[in-house]
Design a protein around this ligand. Structure first.
Ligand SMILES: C[S@@+](CC[C@H](N)C(=O)[O-])C[C@H]1O[C@@H](n2cnc3c(N)ncnc32)[C@H](O)[C@@H]1O
Length: 319
């Protein structure tokens, strides 16, 4: 498989947010070159191979930062890179300086990357019952209880291996008992909706603001016949949606979860759960505060590496 490297020229302060944007677009990891890191290097320190380092001898950028990610080639990469650029420039709304936000696209046709891709997409047991299997892998469940989600993530986020997806699946497993109605906001590859269906959910509606994600989720639903009645559509969060469901699940960046809080509250039955993930450590307190201010009770916090997920509940009548 051929790959494309997408690099973003930004500022040191925006590195984390830009990395999140690249991950949201389906990257499995990012590499960061930050001028600040080079500035911290002291002459005479030992390098990885025992050599003495003189920072002046290293080729490096002298200002700002470059965040790069790799995506499998597809015909939408130019549009996707343009959207990444727009989102990076949009960081100024959150008082983060995006810097030049210049995007560079470089094709990478390299066998090593192919190996990395295959290594990354082996079947992965994501929770007690759910195993995610790449659509091209032959895999037989090891027990009757093991539920298989077949996925071809393409350019949409949601291979199942990212900690934020795992936290969302764990939260679903904790609250679900069967037949719940669910709204999946920011469905990406559709992974959470499909897994929820296999865990016995009732009607599910999945939304994503990105048309590529909507198409990817629809394709993945077809790969999983048990999930064929999931309804996917393009929508900005839950704008214009007025329902009364048992669960709203959203694995989206903290900044985007905040405007979703009142919409989720409105769309939940009393006693319904709002499951949020995609919350990086620094943003956990802010999101928690917004949930409480929005009327939710915090039931449980889940954590994996630097990522947090929150199980919040709309109070039952009389609570
Ligand atoms: C981190 S990915 C999560 C994908 C998948 N649900 C998972 O858990 O792996 C976040 C998704 O939210 C979508 N998204 C971002 N902003 C959104 C918005 N305002 N409304 C709906 N979806 C949005 C992105 O396009 C992306 O597919």
């Amino acid at each position: 498989m051929d790959w494309t490297e997408v690099s973003v020229m930004t500022t040191s302060e925006a590195v984390e947010a830009v990395s999140n944007i690249l991950m949201e677009h389906g990257a499995s990891g990012v590499s960061i070159e930050d001028a600040k890191d080079f500035a911290k290097l002291k002459p005479g320190r030992y390098g990885d191979h025992g050599e003495i380092i003189d920072p002046d001898d290293l080729t490096h950028i002298t200002q700002g930062a470059i965040v790069s990610a790799y995506y499998p080639n597809n015909q939408h990469i130019d549009q996707q890179a343009a959207r990444i650029g727009d989102e990076v420039r949009g960081l100024s709304k959150f008082n983060l300086n995006p810097g030049p936000a210049e995007i560079t696209i470089t094709p990478v046709a390299n066998k090593d990357w192919q190996t990395a891709w295959e290594k990354y997409y082996h079947p992965v047991s994501i929770s007690r019952f759910i195993t995610i299997v790449p659509s091209w892998e032959d895999y037989q469940p090891k027990s009757d209880q093991e539920k298989i989600v077949r996925l071809d993530p393409g350019m949409a986020f949601g291979t199942g291996t990212h900690p934020t997806t795992r936290l969302s699946l764990q939260a679903l497993e904790i609250v679900m008992q069967g037949n719940e109605t669910i709204l999946d906001v920011g469905t990406g590859s559709g992974v959470l909706s499909i897994a929820a269906k296999l865990m016995g959910a009732g009607p599910i509606q999945a939304f994503d603001v990105d048309d590529i994600a909507v198409r990817s989720a629809e394709k993945n639903i077809q790969l999983n016949p048990a999930a064929k009645d999931i309804h996917v559509s393009a929508n900005d969060l839950l704008k214009g949606i007025h329902q009364q469901v048992d669960i709203v699940v959203a694995n989206i960046l903290a900044e985007i979860i905040i405007p979703l809080v009142p919409q989720a509250y409105e769309n939940l039955k009393p006693g319904g759960y709002f499951l949020t993930s995609g919350i990086i450590k620094d943003k956990y307190e802010v999101v928690k505060k917004q949930l409480v201010a929005g009327g939710f009770q915090i039931i449980e916090t889940l954590r994996m590496k630097d990522w947090y997920g929150i199980i919040a509940q709309k109070p039952k009548d009389g609570d």
